[in-house]
Write a protein that binds this ligand. Structure first.
Ligand SMILES: C[S@@+](CC[C@H](N)C(=O)[O-])C[C@H]1O[C@@H](n2cnc3c(N)ncnc32)[C@H](O)[C@@H]1O
Length: 331
């Protein structure tokens, strides 16, 4: 059956990327949300992160490292503490996934400059696909008095194996998700995939493809009521499994901070943000940030599948309080 249009976008909203995506849909059919997100955020010419620095008051959104230098300083001291607990190994990779303007990494390095031996033992590795943000990161690190020489990568897989300290703030929520919707089709309740297609006027529109199959839905959620949305994050799971494998093969620790929920849950969390306001995700592809909440249980499962132990999630407030004062004594 052909997918069902459920909404359309206003005609004045066309962007260069909208035209390219519409052409691709005419050629190959509706795109899963994951393919649409990947194009919107990472298209080599028109992708959101390819073309701009979106952070800060003059951009679309702001993040914790941009609000207070203490955020990066605390995470840097956490990394230094882990390094000491690991036995202070040489050749440790201090990896940041999606480092934005490089503020967190710069604050982390500045805060840890006096930890004896730490900077001599580490190399900063910045996993970043945006050429614009790579330049911002290079400038942020170059402004430090004696920064360890950084290396950039498109993917975590490019970072050399070995002792690992990994930080990621608001990285996993930028990775593409798939969405499955429970709906009635020919008298039967089934799980359809939400895709981006075209409406009768050729504008981008949500469509439902009933061919998805409920095998994709976590068993605990298969009986959810009609209209429920389940999100899958295969790209996030692949990165988490890669981290887990690295932590199983060498000493290390990883700290991921993000918006999300603690376990399998239903809900449509795909959101577009432009100029600090929510927007329609289909309205201006390549011009708005697209994110989805992180399923921390799925992230932990992928880390464990890779071979690592995983804890959390805890709230960011509890994390920062514990980093300031140490964990609460057992009651
Ligand atoms: C929301 S910003 C967060 C920036 C920074 N961590 C902060 O807290 O300010 C997301 C970051 O991830 C990067 N990014 C998005 N998708 C990526 C991908 N697939 N691989 C590597 N970096 C990516 C973006 O370019 C950007 O630096």
């Amino acid at each position: 059956m052909s997918p069902t249009p459920v909404t359309g976008t206003p005609p004045e909203a066309e962007t260069p990327l909208a035209a390219l995506i519409a052409r691709q849909i005419r050629l190959t059919g509706p795109l899963p949300v994951s393919a649409y997100m990947a194009l919107c955020l990472g298209h080599p010419q028109h992708g959101y992160y390819t073309t701009r620095d979106p952070l800060g008051a003059g951009g679309d959104f702001t993040t914790a490292p941009e609000i207070s230098q203490m955020f990066g300083e605390m995470l840097g001291l956490w990394a230094a503490h882990c390094w000491l607990a690991m036995g202070s190994p040489a050749g440790v990779a201090l990896v940041e996934l999606g480092p934005g303007r490089g503020t967190l990494m710069a604050d982390a390095l500045r805060a840890t400059a006096r930890v004896p031996g730490f900077h001599a033992a580490l190399r900063p590795h910045l996993v970043e696909t945006s050429p614009v943000l790579r330049q911002r990161q290079a400038a942020a690190l170059a402004a430090l008095p004696a920064p360890p020489a950084p290396v950039w990568h498109d993917r975590l897989e490019e970072v050399p194996e070995g002792p690992l300290l990994l930080l990621a703030n608001e990285f996993f929520d930028a990775l593409p998700i798939r969405q499955l919707v429970r709906q009635e089709h020919r008298g039967r309740l089934l799980w359809a995939e939400r895709k981006v297609g075209l409406d009768a006027d050729g504008r981008l529109a949500w469509v439902l493809d009933p061919a998805a199959g409920e095998a994709l839905v976590p068993p605990a959620l298969r009986g959810s009521p009609p209209g429920s949305v389940v999100e899958l994050a295969p790209a996030a799971a692949a990165v988490a499994q890669e981290i887990g494998g690295r932590l199983a093969r060498a000493p290390g620790a990883a700290l991921m901070v993000d918006y999300g929920h603690a376990g399998p849950a239903v809900g449509d969390t795909l959101q577009a943000v432009r100029r600090h306001r929510f927007a329609d995700p289909l309205e201006a592809p390549g011009e708005a940030d697209l994110t989805a909440h992180v399923d921390f249980a799925a992230l932990a499962a992928a880390l464990r599948a890779g071979g690592a132990a995983a804890w959390g999630p805890v709230t960011q407030g509890d994390l920062l309080s514990a980093l300031v004062s140490g964990p609460a004594p057992p009651s």
